[in-house]
Design a protein around this ligand. Structure first.
Ligand code: NFE
Ligand code: MG
Length: 504
């Protein structure tokens, strides 16, 4: 028996420690620890409910727009206007969120995860024509390898040509992300402090200028997804096919659905959405979403034990550091008492399971190219592939939505803040199912609870002792070299964890 402790895990967002027990080269136990308390749910108490839409965006510097949308949906529902948001506003919200999520997926793949497979230091060995890389070569030849090293060594398999091309795309992706951010700003104001999404609708009116500017930039993102992102994921997957069997996890997948396609149904669990809401498992059969089944356990988290097992409408955040068996600031959300993974894999799989024709075509064509069955989706490489296909699915849909905007028509509906009320806002952030819940008393926030994608994925053991999704994905992994546990960080990064979000 030995231990492998990775603290902090780098190239993710936030403060994550992974603690494992290894026996005969195989991980027997894994613990995921979120190491920084945030307290945003507590900061919200006693404030004007509309503050939630601004303050929850500060949960994270990576995905503020997603919290903005979840808060707006939550407040829409608490203010009784859920079914009344004008179509223009719904489309603009979708465009803000879509542009944000697409650039976020590109950020994750190129700047965080791909470096586990792409050897940037290799570009000096290949005398290709790509002059864009001369600056990278200069740095590397002078021995200036940061931020690419230190890293775990020992399993870089791509040819120098593929490494060179992926490195060029790493640099290009920085520019593509800027363009994605400009698209968000077109409708939402300067990020990360966007003011565009509000309860009742959005603050912007669509104009022909904005639509054309957004469309022009969208085409650049689509071109990058089609000609760089998806081909690079497939190229890496074809050289690392063993990673279709590594990091499998719990195989229960949950999606809240996202991108409203109609507004009449105030119940977000039944509303028509681009990504379908529901659950699926290894058999890829779909099941509906019942949000009354969501609970958060805290027996293994640094919160008062009496708060354990509650639905978010009754949720509490009462920190108690160092208590008993607890080892994380992350709570343990569960669905019907079971462990569920959320994220691009979950929303792609649920949408696929419901037979959406566009999603079926995307997934089936990618799997055909890899000559692999759908079962490989439950893996490290499956998560990367699903994320890339999620980016394409959203980007191609945004093109249609843009042309449905009607300049001059309303983007906002009036409301009054109720004396008392409750609400729920459900969406899909880049990293998965995101829910906000509010209770209003005397026109102020009495309770605000967020259950965030990485809260699900990086959760510690629940009250029954079941490890969280990421912990389960790590358990059973064979580690070639304990001093270079690249297998573990590859599994962790396939979830694209954000610990700032997870703890909030
Ligand atoms: Ni801080 Fe976030 C996304 C949300 S993930 S990145 O995407 O919500 O837990
Ligand atoms: Mg919470």
């Amino acid at each position: 028996m030995g231990k492998i402790v990775i603290d902090p895990v780098t190239r993710i967002e936030g403060h994550l420690k992974i603690d494992t027990v290894v026996d005969n080269g195989v991980v027997k136990e894994a613990r995921s620890t979120g190491n920084l308390f945030r307290g945003i749910e507590l900061i919200l108490r006693g404030r004007d409910p509309r503050d939630a839409q601004v303050i929850t965006q500060r949960i994270c510097g990576v995905c503020p727009q997603s919290h903005g949308i979840a808060a707006a949906l939550n407040l829409d529902s608490a203010f009784g206007i859920s079914g009344k948001i004008p179509p223009n506003a719904q489309i603009v919200r979708n465009l803000i969120q879509g542009a944000h999520v697409v650039q976020d997926h590109i950020l994750h793949f190129y700047h965080l995860a791909a470096l586990d497979y792409v050897d940037i230091t290799d570009v000096t060995k290949y005398e290709g024509k790509d002059s864009d890389l001369s600056s990278v070569r200069d740095f590397i030849s002078r021995g200036e390898l940061g931020p690419f090293v230190p890293r775990y060594e020992g399993d870089y398999r791509l040819s120098p040509e593929v490494n060179q091309q992926a490195t060029a795309h790493y640099l290009k992706a920085l520019e593509i992300r800027r363009i994605g951010h400009e698209m968000v700003s077109t409708f939402s104001g300067k990020i990360p402090h966007s003011v565009g999404i509000i309860p009742g609708g959005v603050t912007t009116t669509p104009t022909i200028d904005k639509i054309i500017s957004f469309l022009w930039k969208l085409r650049i993102l689509q071109d990058f997804i089609n000609n760089a992102y998806i081909p690079d994921v497939l190229a890496i997957a074809s050289v690392y096919p063993d990673y279709f069997e590594v990091g499998v996890g719990c195989k229960n997948l949950l999606s809240y659905g996202a991108y409203d396609l109609e507004g009449e149904n105030p119940d977000l669990t039944c509303r028509k959405r681009l990504f379908k809401q529901g659950t699926t498992s290894a058999d890829l059969k779909p099941d509906g979403l019942d949000i009354t089944k969501i609970t958060e356990d805290v027996r293994h988290s640094w919160y008062q034990d009496s708060s354990s097992g509650r639905h978010p409408t009754q949720g509490e955040t009462k920190p108690e550091y160092g208590r008993g068996e607890a080892y994380s600031w992350i709570k343990s959300p569960r669905y019907g008492g079971k462990v569920y993974e959320v994220g691009p894999l979950a929303r792609v799989a649920v949408t696929y399971a419901y037979g959406d024709p566009v999603m079926k075509n995307l997934v089936d064509s990618a799997l055909a190219q890899l000559k692999a069955p759908p079962s490989v989706l439950f893996s490290v490489m499956g998560r990367h592939l699903a994320r890339a296909l999620s980016a394409k699915f959203i980007a191609d849909s945004m093109e249609k939505w843009l042309l449905e905007l009607k300049p001059g028509e309303p983007t906002f509906v009036e409301y009054t803040i109720p004396e008392e009320g409750t609400g729920a806002g459900l969406t899909e952030a880049a990293r998965g199912a995101l829910g906000h819940w509010i209770e209003i008393k005397e026109k102020k926030i009495a309770n605000y609870q967020c259950v965030v994608p990485t809260t699900w994925n990086a959760s510690p053991r629940d009250d029954n002792g079941n490890p969280g999704p990421m912990e389960q994905a790590i358990i059973g992994t064979r580690i070639k070299d304990k001093s270079n546990p690249f297998e573990i960080v590859r599994i962790v990064r396939s979830f694209d964890p954000c610990i700032a979000c997870a703890v909030h």
